[in-house]
Ligand binder design. Structure first.
Ligand code: FAD
Ligand code: DLZ
Ligand code: SF4
Length: 507
């Protein structure tokens, strides 16, 4: 009995559940580069090149391990252009008795695969994706009976479950969370180590040529290309992080410096999310660095929390709440995404820097995404649909399961507080404290109103006032309303007027 084992572009792990129990003499492993996936949103050129190259390298690895692999390249003449079309082609070509696939990362793809059993008249087995620590079912059980979900409590469960940074049932160091130590502003003269620079081999070069020809009108720079595209190289990225960056990861986790896109972050999300790295091995590598005295606890705990805490938590929220979650718009935000999110052409230096770096690297670090790009979209009342589409397109680590909860939940509060307890709204002061962007800006961060004033300043108050009925009773925001209410009418009018004219100018 021949089984067709479909491996999707973000399932590039040789421990993936769909490969288990494979009969090398009969089964066919199937991978396909398809037009529909590359264009259902117009992904960044670097993202497509990265994923196609990683897929091709992974298929070679499987062949070396003596698997029988069918692989469709984007340029193949008979490429049907979609998962469905490609599966139909395989069913005509081979005598397939059943299909096995690991649970996809996107609701849209899952819904499609769920139809295949009846449409194609053969068994389709969808296996759990056990590369994650917490299954959607386990997350659902954890949520039961809780009025509010809080990542911190979920994270503690994951620490206990994985026994990471634990000592006799207690957190190492006596505290679960060392975030209070992790908010240092950037220092002048800080040396940031260079990032991993992968070599472009012939496989990647071929992919890049195809991407340039077929997806030339997509956002982003294709060159220079330096991502890791094999597990071996992705492991080097992880090693490099542990050796050179982890020590300062905690201290400068929230810091932003002009011209330093990579800071002390790990840059492993590309590889984790497509399967070249596994979450537990990354967390354990950091734990070992703490144990051997290479990195302090605040850095190691902070890094581990992102992976076994936030990453698992947002996935849980996604699967528990789809498909409704994609429609959430708590503030009824309707403004279209301004053009400068694509061009980077804006006098707001923070946004100019973050968009430009995103265009170059298909990467921005967390605080750039949250407190600059996301914060602006929240304050300006941009439609969550537009914001989600942008975030899904521009980052090479973006897949809907992780992108959507971060954008609609963490940044836009579009879910009304399911994922986060309050919106991460902030004025220019925050950006000024945590970056050096304001120095090179034509707006004045210290100025609150008028043509020179930093737009984040008045937009912040305007956002609160516009959404008073929805936020006033939130205990974590209430104090800001009391501050606003003490302002003079003249000041309130200036805030309203500056916001109105700024927002109509970006439309
Ligand atoms: P590091 O800062 O080194 O963190 C280590 C790892 O922790 C990351 O690789 C990632 O796997 C995990 N992690 C950290 N924060 C989060 C988080 N909030 N949610 C999930 N995992 C987390 N991450 C994505 O992987 N894909 C996305 O599409 C994505 N979209 C985002 C959109 C917005 C608006 C925001 C605020 C955050 C988003 N994140 C996303 C989370 C986070 O910004 C990225 O994971 C991180 O910037 C990736 O860079 P890094 O590998 O250097 O991370
Ligand atoms: C993101 C992406 C892209 C751009 N292209 C492909 C592809 O051609 N073939 C493929 O198998 N997967 C691709 N992917 C990843 C899928 O969209 C991904 O499996 C879903 O988003 C589910 O997470
Ligand atoms: Fe951004 Fe305002 Fe600072 Fe300019 S002044 S960089 S707009 S925060």
């Amino acid at each position: 009995m021949t089984t067709l084992r479909l491996i999707l572009g973000d399932q590039l792990s040789n421990s993936i559940s769909s490969l288990r129990g494979s009969d090398h003499s009969r089964d066919i492993i199937f991978m396909c580069e398809v037009w529909d996936e590359a264009t259902h949103v117009k992904h960044h050129k670097k993202k497509i090149a990265f994923l196609f190259s990683a897929m091709r390298h992974f298929s070679e690895e499987l062949r070396r391990e003596k698997y029988e692999v069918e692989y469709t390249q984007i340029d193949d003449q008979d490429n049907a252009g979609s998962f469905r079309g490609e599966i139909e082609r395989m069913l005509k070509k081979h005598a397939i008795a059943r299909i096995v696939v690991t649970h996809p990362g996107e609701y849209r793809v899952l819904s499609e695969i769920q139809q295949w059993q009846s449409d194609f008249g053969l068994p389709v087995e969808i296996r759990a994706d056990d590369r994650f620590l917490c299954s959607p079912e386990e997350f659902g059980n954890w949520c039961k009976g809780r009025k509010q979900l809080r990542m911190e409590y979920f994270y503690r469960e994951m620490r206990k479950k994985s026994n990471i940074l634990m000592l006799e049932g207690e957190p190492v160091g006596g505290q679960w969370n060392y975030d209070a130590e992790n908010r240092k502003p950037p220092q002048s003269g800080l040396h940031v180590p260079p990032p991993f620079l992968g070599k472009v081999d012939s496989i990647t070069l071929n992919v890049m040529q195809s991407v340039a020809e077929r997806f030339g009108n997509h956002f982003g720079d294709l060159e220079p290309f330096y991502f890791a595209v094999t597990r071996q190289d992705a492991l080097q990225v992880l090693d490099l992080f542990i050796e050179e960056r982890l020590g300062s990861f905690g201290d400068f986790q929230d810091a932003m410096i002009e011209g330093e896109p990579w800071m002390f972050h790990s840059h492993i999300s590309f590889y984790l999310n497509c399967g070249l790295l596994l979450p537990l091995e990354c967390a354990r590598a950091a734990e070992a660095a703490y144990q051997s005295g290479k990195a302090p606890l605040n850095a190691v705990e902070g890094f581990i929390r992102q992976i076994i805490g936030w990453r698992e938590y947002v996935r849980g929220v996604y699967w528990l709440n789809m498909p409704e979650y994609a429609q959430k718009n708590y503030f009824q935000a309707r403004r279209k995404l301004p053009d400068f999110f694509w061009t980077g052409k804006t006098s707001m230096n923070c946004l100019h820097q973050c968009v430009s770096e995103t265009r170059q690297n298909a990467y921005a670090h967390h605080i750039q995404r949250l407190m600059v790009l996301g914060n602006f979209a929240l304050l300006a009342g941009i439609d969550p649909k537009d914001v989600n589409e942008w975030f899904l397109i521009v980052f090479a680590d973006a897949y809907e399961w992780v992108e959507l909860p971060n954008v609609s939940g963490m940044v836009l509060f579009a879910d009304g507080g399911l994922l986060a307890s309050k919106p991460y709204a902030a004025g220019g002061n925050y950006i000024n404290k945590m970056s050096n962007y304001c120095r090179g800006c034509s707006f004045k961060v210290t100025s609150k109103n008028g043509p020179d004033a930093c737009p984040f300043n008045y937009l912040y108050w305007d956002f609160l006032e516009r959404n008073r009925s929805k936020l006033r009773s939130n205990p974590r925001v209430g104090m800001m309303y009391r501050t606003y209410d003490r302002m003079s009418d003249e000041k309130k009018n200036a805030i309203r007027e500056d916001s109105r004219s700024f927002l109509s100018a970006i439309e």
